[in-house]
Ligand binder design. Structure first.
Ligand SMILES: Cc1cc2nc3c(=O)[nH]c(=O)nc-3n(C[C@H](O)[C@H](O)[C@H](O)COP(=O)(O)O)c2cc1C
Length: 388
């Protein structure tokens, strides 16, 4: 583990995981993921969340090294999802004097996962704005329900002005990997938290009232500088506003002809001056990245082969993901293909019409098996309308 410095009194005790095949059993993580946990060493000692059971031993060794023989007084449980709370039972048993800090929902849910002895006697139940003093350090708690579980809360350490942000500001990628923050943080955000923009907005409003000098999330790097940049992105994302001008062409093609047309359309858009065009093959490219791109840019073109009178399944899957994550406020256009009765555009429209604040842009490009000159003409017209 790279030496991760927080402050003199606050130590990083988390662990990287580079062997996990899929995060939450669905997201590829080419650069792994970090499970973050922290310990605050003051007159009282507080452990800020535990980690996934895949790395319990490493995490306990990190904790014991930092404790250097001291005991744990408090275990703060900001989120009960197993990648953060799975080692709670072990920690609670190892330090039987330690009190658990959570909110009413936390303590309702804990028995579903664990059987901790004397839980009622060991529970410190906090509400919005409550504080717990550790000596020089004071933790203040703010509820963040449905960011992205109901019991989630964040903690603000008042003396060093640090926000322990739970899964907020989280990112895929192990901590010893140098990579752009926004790309993997955006993929994490939209796929995991995306549905709860309103709740993230509520949390950002609370955060705006605090002087935050550092953000310590439960995944990804500790954010120490330029915090306005990260908070600004979270504000844009949670309002469902496009972050950049650009056109995503997402295609679902069985034999390749719809894919060929999608790529031709990208060339036409670029020739007409489109600032950014992204083409994604929904059969083969990472679905989570396709979702991320759809949210990142302001325009989406859906190109799909007709399949048994409906949609080729990866397009149906993509639209299901977008709907589940509250996709809205974008321009959308359609391309369809079929050999005898193309109905993909009608079927895509029926789903998309239920999205909030979308503008459907005509004309629909209808291809019969292979792209013809007349299809290219329609694409030219659609490109002009999208770029107008
Ligand atoms: C299992 C299957 C079901 C299909 N169902 C339809 C259909 O209902 N209507 C239609 O017009 N074409 C249908 N097609 C034909 C394709 O949509 C058509 O050949 C299209 O050109 C394929 O585009 P692609 O080359 O991008 O895969 C079907 C093809 C397959 C393999």
């Amino acid at each position: 583990m790279k030496d991760i410095v927080i402050t003199d009194a606050i130590k990083y005790i988390g662990a990287d995981d580079k062997d996990l095949d899929l995060f939450e059993s669905q997201y590829v993580i080419p650069n792994g993921v970090s499970y973050n946990s922290y310990v605050i060493l003051d007159e009282k000692v507080a452990v800020m969340d535990t980690i996934d059971q895949r790395r319990t031993d490493e995490w306990l060794a990190n904790l014991e090294r930092e404790l250097d023989g001291r005991n744990v007084d408090y275990i703060v449980v900001s989120h009960l999802e197993p990648d953060h709370a799975a080692s709670l039972q072990v920690l609670a048993e190892k330090y039987p004097e330690a009190k658990l800090i959570g909110n009413a929902k936390t303590f309702n849910m804990i028995p579903q996962f664990f059987s901790i002895d004397n839980l009622a006697d060991r529970s410190v139940t906090v509400k919005e704005g409550d504080t717990v003093s550790l000596g020089k350090h004071t933790l203040q708690f703010f509820m963040a329900p449905m960011v992205h579980w109901p019991e989630v809360m964040v903690a603000y350490e008042q003396s060093e002005k640090i926000l322990f942000s739970a899964d907020g500001f989280g990112k895929f990628g192990a901590l010893d990997v140098d990579e752009d923050w926004a790309c993997e943080a955006r993929r994490y955000y939209f796929n995991i938290v995306g549905k709860y923009g309103m709740q993230v907005q509520a949390l950002l409003k609370k955060a705006a009232g605090l002087d935050i000098q550092m953000i310590c999330p439960l995944h990804g790097p500790i954010l120490k500088e330029n915090l306005g940049y990260y908070i600004g992105l979270y504000d844009t994302w949670s309002k469902y506003e496009p972050e950049d001008e650009g056109i995503v062409i997402a295609y679902a093609s069985i034999h390749g002809n719809t894919g060929k047309a999608a790529k031709k359309f990208a060339e036409i858009l670029e020739a007409k001056g489109a600032k950014k065009v992204v083409v994604t093959d929904l059969s083969r490219d990472d679905m989570a990245e396709a979702v991320e791109d759809a949210f990142r840019y302001d325009t989406l073109v859906l190109a799909c082969a007709t399949y048994d009178g409906g949609l080729f399944p990866c397009m149906e899957d993509f639209l299901h993901h977008l709907k589940a994550k509250n996709y809205q406020k974008r321009k959308i256009a359609f391309m369809e293909n079929g050999s005898w009765a193309p109905t993909a555009a009608k079927n895509m429209k029926a789903i998309v019409e239920n999205f909030k604040n979308v503008e459907l842009v005509d004309p629909v490009v209808t291809i019969k098996s292979t792209m013809k000159e007349e299809n290219v003409k329609t694409m030219e017209e659609l490109a002009d309308n999208l770029l107008a």
